[in-house]
Design a protein around this ligand. Structure first.
Ligand code: GRG
Length: 301
């Protein structure tokens, strides 16, 4: 992208990122002929045209810090979005949250059926790793291998899936603030962590810069989750695109139920500021990442 074409505001940058991610997902998720096309349609239904595309944006922005080619970074951006969309499909299933609405539309199992939704989630997860492992992702196979390993660790039983397990068992334990923090770091934070670290992996960054991105992701992920808890209490379902008030209905301990609205909001603000400060090691190329820290706590959806 030429200098003149760079978007001026975070909103513009998020918008053009969403368009680029959509176009690449469209290419990466073709529909074949044959009766298996139903699962491909469901994969596309749940991953095209929706969501904030925050994780892909973090990949593209972290990659830009190290001058990584956009054609490579966009594949990693789409891979993380596929994993995210798989988690949303499975989270909405009757055996999990049993939700009817996602991104303002019927959930995958409502639009198709439960079996198709289960398979669409599985297939998005596996397609993500196929994309990471593909030669156009990076000329160095060691980099591709590292991306696969970091994403597998972040999304599996030590990461997002493990966090979901803890969440399902939360009623068995005393969920205080440290316990909720650990749960959310696993469930939400690890994928955000991968998204920020991916640019450093693609760009073969030094340890110091990679750690700065990890630290940024840590605080950003928590701020994002606290904001999500606040939206569940204060948000409007039409704006948020999914049911709200779910945590209170389920009697779930959240940052908001434990800290109260005011303290939760000031904690999110503090984490957003702290996240941005971790980026002091980078120049103005990190400005959209700095602005993203504020965006995640101010967002309405
Ligand atoms: C069922 C394998 C499995 C995992 C479930 C991450 C997760 C674990 C479930 C997703 C549902 C959920 C409420 C997760 C918390 C993180 C979160 C707020 C996800 C929604 O992410 P956004 O706001 O969504 O980035 P969009 O639609 O904008 O992409």
């Amino acid at each position: 992208m030429s200098q003149a074409a760079l978007p001026a505001t975070l909103a513009d940058a998020l918008k053009s990122n969403a368009v680029a991610v959509n176009a690449e997902l469209d290419r990466l998720l073709p529909v074949p002929d044959g009766p298996e096309n139903r699962v491909h349609e469901a994969m596309r239904y749940s991953s095209l045209d929706g969501g904030k595309r925050l994780r892909p944006f973090l990949v593209m922005q972290s990659a830009s810090l190290f001058n990584v080619a956009e054609s490579a970074a966009i594949r990693v951006a789409c891979a993380i979005e596929m994993v995210h969309c798989y988690s949303l499909i499975h989270d909405d299933l009757p055996c999990m949250d049993d939700d009817d609405l996602r991104r303002g539309r019927p959930t995958c199992h409502r639009q198709f059926d439960e079996q198709t939704a289960l398979l669409a989630g599985d297939a998005l997860l596996t397609r993500a790793f196929e994309v990471l492992a593909g030669a156009p992702t990076h000329s160095d196979p060691a980099v591709r291998c590292e991306l696969v390993a970091v994403l597998a660790h972040s999304s599996g039983a030590d990461g997002m899936v493990g966090g979901q397990m803890v969440d399902l068992r939360a009623a068995e334990f005393a969920m205080d603030v440290p316990a909720i923090t650990r749960l959310q770091q696993m469930k939400t934070g690890r994928l955000i962590g991968f998204s920020c670290e991916a640019g450093a992996v693609l760009g073969k960054a030094g340890a110091h810069q990679r750690q700065a991105l990890r630290n940024y992701a840590h605080d950003l992920g928590l701020a994002f989750q606290i904001a999500d808890d606040l939206l569940d209490v204060e948000g409007d379902a039409a704006e948020v695109g999914k049911k709200v008030g779910k945590d209170a209905d389920a009697g779930k301990a959240t940052f908001v139920s434990l800290l109260g609205i005011e303290r939760a909001r000031s904690q999110a603000d503090m984490l957003a500021d702290q996240a941005a400060r971790h980026l002091d090691v980078f120049d103005e190329k990190a400005d959209f990442l700095r602005a993203t820290a504020r965006y995640v706590v101010d967002r309405r959806s």
